[in-house]
Design a protein around this ligand. Structure first.
Ligand SMILES: [Zn+2]
Length: 461
């Protein structure tokens, strides 16, 4: 059952806490307060909360803690939770070819288990809003999209379900096996039905849907064009993988006579309503086009490192004004599944561009919060701690042995080990307490995921 919002008149007060608001001015308080009213932030500021507040059901002493906006995950494939630790030493194309046959055997039951594993890892690492790019729809797999949505709603994570797709298989020069793809007309009909059935565009929505063909090397040009038309007709966002590897660039040049960004431009896939995962192999002109059009980027540093894809030019993108958020990516290429640790990984990997200011700790936190909110088109609702926004908040314990000697609370989070999560609020509900889920028994999820992984591995190809 979906987690319900708290009563609208109930207050939770957090005091004596270090606060990184990630608002436009990067306001921070060394010792401040945050008041939650119902599912929204009522106030944030320096010192103690006002003493006239009524209906306070919980008062948290935040001494020794840092509160930040909940983290926002802009790219993931939840189903991959049950195919982790495979193809450990491959580049993207070989890794995909190795895994497609296994993925093509998933069904709604396995996807439910895998989605709870993925969502649990996200919540337990401070993520309050996530998107899940699901593009594998086996003919006899049942309602896999519905299964992922139901799984996430039980855990209380704010969600964007991305109805993905593949229609360019080996016989058309693509990478997936022929039996793993769908027909174009079926994809468009199912995508429209998913939007009609699930997408809730209201303020504070717990569920968005976006249209998300998989990648240039697994979908047809017609599917890209018609998906863009469909998304704009329905008023939802568009997502895909782009410029991930040198091999993808080569593929696009050979097949379409141009690089990935020019190809996306040619099919009307640049715009404020579009975001793309990775964007590692971008030249100056590509970055300028993303900046001019407001096209967003999901930066996935761990996955890019795991698959030896390269280092995205995030500092140049930020300087140009490109919206950039963070992504875990699927856990077959980032087995940790944690979003919190991506703050540190983004920080360190971007400094390998060769200069220490390539990404600061505060910029890394901004990527993981407001940056992601903007990429998902939800910057007015989430991503910063400001009065009126939704109560999606992460309370990190930074007075333990791992962090108590770090001079700066934000550095404790972004340079240090990922701190223990004292409480995670999503929509005003405490869905994690002392690092543990409050909604679903974690051992039950662990057992279901182990069973699902085993079952998938044993299914005949
Ligand atoms: Zn991906």
């Amino acid at each position: 059952m979906a987690v319900q919002p708290p009563p609208a008149d109930q207050r939770i007060v957090i005091e004596n806490v270090a606060i990184a608001t990630v608002d436009a001015a990067d306001t921070e308080y060394a010792r401040g307060h945050v008041v939650i009213l119902g599912n929204r932030i009522e106030s944030v500021g320096d010192g103690p909360a006002p003493n006239w507040l009524d209906n306070v059901v919980r008062r948290i002493n935040g001494e020794g803690h840092l509160i930040t906006p909940g983290l926002v995950n802009t790219h993931h494939h939840f189903y991959q939770w049950i195919t982790r630790g495979l193809a450990q030493d491959n580049i993207l194309f070989d890794w995909l070819v190795a895994l497609y046959p296994t993925w093509a055997r998933i069904d709604e039951k396995l996807v439910h288990a895998a989605s709870q594993g993925s969502a649990a890892a996200l919540l337990k690492s401070g993520c309050t809003t996530a998107s899940d790019h699901h593009y594998v729809f086996p003919k006899d797999g049942g309602d896999v999209l519905g299964a992922s949505i139901e799984a996430v709603q039980e855990l209380g994570l704010r969600f964007t379900a991305l109805r993905g797709s593949m229609d360019r298989s080996k016989k058309d020069g693509g990478l997936p096996p022929d039996h793993a793809v769908e027909e174009l007309d079926d994809i468009l009909a199912a995508s429209e039905a998913a939007v009609d059935h699930y997408h809730d565009s209201s303020f504070g929505s717990m569920l968005h849907v976006a249209i998300a063909p998989c990648s240039p090397f697994s979908v047809s040009t017609d599917l890209l064009r018609q998906s863009a038309e469909l998304a704009r007709r329905k008023g939802v966002r568009l997502h895909t993988h782009g410029s991930e590897t040198a091999e993808e660039e080569q593929f696009c040049k050979e097949l379409f006579g141009m690089g990935p960004t020019d190809y996306f431009e040619s099919v009307d896939w640049l715009g404020e309503d579009v975001w793309m995962a990775h964007c590692v192999h971008m030249n100056d002109s590509d970055i300028a086009k993303f900046a001019e059009t407001g096209t967003g980027v999901a930066h996935c540093p761990s996955s890019n490192a795991r698959l030896a894809a390269g280092i995205a030019r995030v500092p140049d993108m930020l300087e140009a004004g490109v919206p950039v958020g963070l992504g875990v990516d699927g856990t077959a290429s980032n087995e940790s599944g944690e979003l919190g640790t991506e703050l540190r990984n983004a920080l360190l990997i971007n400094r390998l561009h060769g200069y220490p200011t390539a990404l600061t700790g505060r910029q890394a936190l901004r990527l993981g919060t407001m940056g992601g909110a903007r990429v998902l088109g939800r910057q007015n609702e989430i991503g910063s701690i400001e009065a009126g926004k939704l109560a999606d908040l992460a309370l990190w314990k930074i007075d333990g042995v791992m962090h108590s000697s770090i001079a700066d609370p934000v550095a404790a989070l972004t340079f240090g080990a990922l701190p223990p999560l004292a409480v995670l609020f999503v929509n005003g509900n405490a869905v994690v307490e002392k690092g543990e889920l409050t909604t679903v028994n974690e051992d039950r999820i662990a057992r279901a995921c182990a069973r699902a992984a085993k079952e998938l591995a044993s299914r005949p190809v």
